[in-house]
Design a protein around this ligand. Structure first.
Ligand code: ADE
Ligand code: ZN
Length: 330
């Protein structure tokens, strides 16, 4: 059995495997522009974040009904459980669905049908994090937050994703202030393709409690020192970084140096259907390619639970952490 872990950076739309995409397309009477699953997989050769996002948003067209979102989340949770995930904090992109005429109720109710029975069915506890698209105006994000009010009992926090370059966190100051006032936890993608300054802005202007990716902090030693001092969790996604060309190869990934520097790193899968692996696969890949031994892997697993939004259930966090400490790596 793989080491117990929490997944903290996972876009549910990024778990849409080609097989399920074709099944949902057929169920909804939609034609896809690829001949089949193999042809679709052939398209998974990305130049950068934008070239991935173009396909990611296009393939979402197959997600139309509550049942589609339920099936998507249920398939993810089954795979995650098999890879040692005990707790998953799941992102979703409501604006991408609203733009296609799929209401927020359909998305949240559908996801919740799977998340609500996840512990019983898969042994995985869950949280839901609603992301705003940073390449859409702040007013749209604010309207989305407003529309989400009836669902806030099921939404733990807000995030910020999509095309990063040229879309600084500070644009979303007001939205994050409103989210904080509603008692929502705050995270944001920063320093994936954008500069280290975006990480600082996410912390200082948006008040984020974790930084999603945060990879480019390594370019700024003063920022690294701050992140270490303040114990800011980074939700790194090494396989994503390779596929989106943030690093040349996995062997070039700075994860070992970041751990050595004392950064609170976690490893996650981002969009596993597109990037070649779920979070257990990611642990295996970094162990093998970056030479991380059992104690480093234990650190990553421990960090994932320490950084999880489990403040309302510290007993559960303690249980998960105890599992990590007693896990025997072979
Ligand atoms: N949306 C889905 N995956 C993403 C990523 N890696 N970066 C930004 N936005 C995303
Ligand atoms: Zn992401």
């Amino acid at each position: 059995m793989p080491v117990p872990k929490a997944e903290l950076h996972l876009h549910i739309e990024g778990t849409l495997e080609p097989e399920l995409a074709f099944e949902l397309a057929a169920r909804n009477g939609l034609a896809l522009p690829w001949a089949g699953t193999e042809a679709l997989r052939e398209a998974y050769r990305f130049e950068d974040l934008q070239s991935f996002l173009d396909l990611y948003y296009a393939l979402m067209a197959v997600l139309r009904t509550e049942r589609d979102f339920e099936d998507l989340a249920d398939a993810y949770l089954a795979r995650a459980a098999a890879q040692g995930v005990r707790h998953a904090e799941i992102f979703f992109d409501p604006q991408a669905h609203l733009a296609r005429g799929v209401p927020l109720d359909t998305v949240v109710d559908g996801l919740w049908r799977a998340l609500g029975r996840s512990e019983e069915r898969h042994g995985v506890s869950t949280r839901l994090i609603m992301c705003f698209l940073r390449d859409e105006p702040a007013a749209s994000a604010l309207a989305t937050l407003e529309a989400a009010r009836p669902h806030l009992d099921r939404i733990t926090g807000v995030g910020l994703d999509s095309a990063e370059a040229g879309h600084p966190p500070s644009t979303f100051r007001e939205v994050y202030e409103a989210a904080a006032a509603l008692g929502l936890r705050r995270v944001a993608h920063a320093g994936e393709e954008g500069p280290p300054e975006y990480i600082t802005e996410a912390l200082d202007v948006l008040g984020v409690e974790r930084v999603d990716h945060g990879l480019r902090c390594v370019e700024d030693p003063a920022l690294v020192a701050r992140l270490v001092r303040e114990r800011v969790p980074l939700t790194l996604c090494p396989l994503s970084n390779v596929r989106l060309r943030a690093v040349d190869t996995l062997a070039d990934h700075p994860l070992p140096a970041m751990l050595d520097a004392g950064l609170m790193c976690t490893v996650n899968s981002d969009d596993p259907a597109y990037f070649g692996g779920y979070v257990g696969d990611t642990f295996d890949a970094v162990a093998e390619t970056l030479g991380l031994g059992p104690e480093r892997l234990r650190d990553l697993a421990r960090n994932s639970f320490l950084a999880a939004f489990l403040d309302d259930d510290e007993e559960r966090r303690a249980r998960y952490l105890a599992e990590v400490e007693t896990y025997a790596f072979d």
